[in-house]
Write a protein that binds this ligand. Structure first.
Ligand code: GDP
Length: 527
């Protein structure tokens, strides 16, 4: 095996998906704690310790206690390099989350076992399905009264349309939570509460029929043995191929806050989850162990460090070896970029990258010349595909109080549009710019950034737009005709794509019926 292939084989790049409050942050913290990347629990979010985490980067975020931006953390575990991509769980930032999921090879789904499958989980899982991303499931909060475990599996299978293969099984719950039975290893891991417990403190008892279990907790173990009969009959045995194909999920049970069940997940990710995969780059498929470097940008984040006013482009390495100081070609601009100050995202700090391989994420500082979806290589013309834009559901027009600032406003909007903070539409007729978003909170972010970074005091006003569709038509004459007729409803987005802005659902339907050869798209890929 080449040294590049070896490096690729020991990498795992995954994201955590969950509905807000299911325990994603807590679990992230424990994963880092577990791997030794952080010394004590409580450094990811500042809630308890007063420290601010790597992912806390904006004032709004601090005020609201939510995580607006996804962050990337790299750590080592069992001689593997793990890249954990955090995804904002807040529903207003789902667009960003979707894009992060294009850069992972597997996902960890966290479910609050008291609540079951929630709205955001469904949406995120649908995004994972687009690329058949393998998913590991963690049923969290067993130290509380939760729902019946079999019922939870049923719900996952029914609602998320994915087979469940329980790997562990909970023994009791809430006050009588005793631990989990590891079905594949035939051993019981005993639960003891405590936030800062050491990993190796977990006591293990071999064999589900071990009489010690009847001495320790006769009622719960009896119940568990009965449940296991049902589980064996009703659920699926673990099948690695089905997991890799995204049709089956191994399920683990535990309690993130008590650091219980976390090691089993990490092991599953290392033992079963795929190493970085090949990627479609339009011209051809790119394999991760190729000699030459390539990658694409899936996210842009501003002001991560208030001392630096630059923006960081998050680039997923897709092949080859990245070395500090190397020249990489920005393919859209056909220009070399010297990669001297590229950063990596170690769990505790921003550090200079010396080298990186497929699956790793590197941060490229820039002043606005990198957009989401941009591809980089050592020169070969590649264009990685699959980074989605979703049609916005909320619309506002923008006005400014001081007309002398129009230029700054336009510049700010263009840059924020390129970053994907908000979608910006310029009507073909009419002067007011239109902003499209998936969630209301995006407007607050944009407003505060326009003020702080561009010195523009902008006012957003409601407008009568119900939905947006990107339009295309193979017949260019017909498209021109369409443009002329519907000019009042048409705009161009930040990447100059023609977009139809419909005032209501009926109008959109009518337009679709009247122009059967014009295609209306609810998503578009970065081009
Ligand atoms: P996120 O919104 O998904 O990042 O969720 P957090 O990690 O912030 O957790 C949401 C709440 O659930 C917090 O109050 C956590 O302390 C709590 N929580 C997380 N894991 C557990 C658990 O295993 N048991 C219990 N009882 N609470 C938990």
């Amino acid at each position: 095996m080449s040294s590049i292939a070896q490096e690729v084989a020991r990498r795992r790049t995954f994201g955590i998906i969950s509905h807000p409050d299911a325990g994603k942050t807590t679990l992230t913290e424990k994963l880092l704690y577990f791997s030794g990347a952080i010394q004590m629990a409580g450094t990811v979010k500042g809630k308890k310790t007063g420290k601010f985490a790597t992912s806390d980067w904006m004032e709004i975020e601090k005020q609201r206690g939510i995580s607006v931006a996804s962050s990337v953390m790299q750590f080592d575990y069992r001689e593997h390099v793990i890249n954990l991509l955090d995804t904002p769980g807040h529903k207003d930032f789902s667009e960003d989350t979707y894009r992060v999921l294009t850069a992972v090879d597997s996902a960890l789904m966290v479910i609050d076992a008291a609540k079951g499958v929630e709205e955001q989980t469904i949406k995120l899982l649908n995004v994972c399905r687009l690329r058949a991303t393998p998913i590991v499931t963690f049923m969290n909060k067993y130290d509380r009264e939760v729902r019946d475990s079999l019922e939870l599996l049923d719900e996952v299978e029914d609602v998320l349309k994915i087979q469940c293969a329980p790997i562990t099984w909970p023994i009791g719950m809430g006050k009588t939570f005793r631990g989990v039975y590891h079905i594949l290893n035939d051993e019981i891991l005993l639960f003891s509460p405590g936030e800062d417990k050491n990993v190796d403190d977990v006591e293990v008892i071999k064999g589900i029929d071990n009489p010690r279990l009847d001495e320790l907790f006769p009622l719960e173990i009896e119940q568990t043995r009965m449940e296991l009969e049902l589980v064996r009959g009703a659920s699926h045995p673990f099948d690695l191929q089905a997991f890799l194909a995204g049709t089956q999920t191994p399920v683990f049970f535990g309690s993130a806050i008590n650091n219980f069940g976390v090691r089993e997940i990490l092991n599953a990710l290392i033992d079963w989850a795929p190493a970085p995969q090949h990627r479609d780059a339009t011209a051809r498929d790119v394999k991760p162990d190729e000699e030459k470097f390539s990658g694409f940008v899936f996210k842009i984040q501003a002001n991560m460090d208030p001392k630096h006013r630059d923006r960081i482009a998050f680039l997923r390495v897709c092949s080859g070896k990245f070395e500090r100081g190397m020249k990489m070609k920005h393919l859209r601009l056909d220009r070399d970029v010297a990669a001297n100050s590229v950063v990596t995202f170690m769990a505790s700090s921003r550090e200079q990258v010396e080298e990186a391989y497929a699956g790793d994420i590197i941060g490229v500082p820039n002043h606005g010349n990198i957009q989401i979806g941009d591809s980089f290589s050592e020169g070969e013309k590649l264009a990685f595909t699959g980074i989605p834009y979703f049609a916005p559901e909320l619309f506002r027009t923008v006005r400014i109080k001081n007309p002398l600032k129009v230029k700054q406003l336009l510049k700010g909007l263009q840059q924020l549009g390129e970053e994907g903070a908000v979608q910006v539409f310029k009507p073909l007729s009419g002067a007011d710019m239109i902003l499209g978003a998936v969630g209301v909170l995006q407007y607050e972010v944009v407003k505060s950034r326009l003020e702080n970074e561009y010195g523009v005091d902008a006012v957003f006003e409601n407008c009568v737009i119900h939905s947006a569709r990107w339009v295309s038509c193979e017949d260019s004459r017909m498209l021109a005709d369409f443009e002329k007729n519907l000019i009042l409803n048409l705009a161009r987005d930040a990447a100059d794509n023609l977009t139809y802005l419909a005032p209501n659902r009926v109008n959109l339907q009518l337009a679709e019926e009247r122009w059967p050869k014009v295609r209306f798209h609810a998503t578009r890929e970065h081009s």
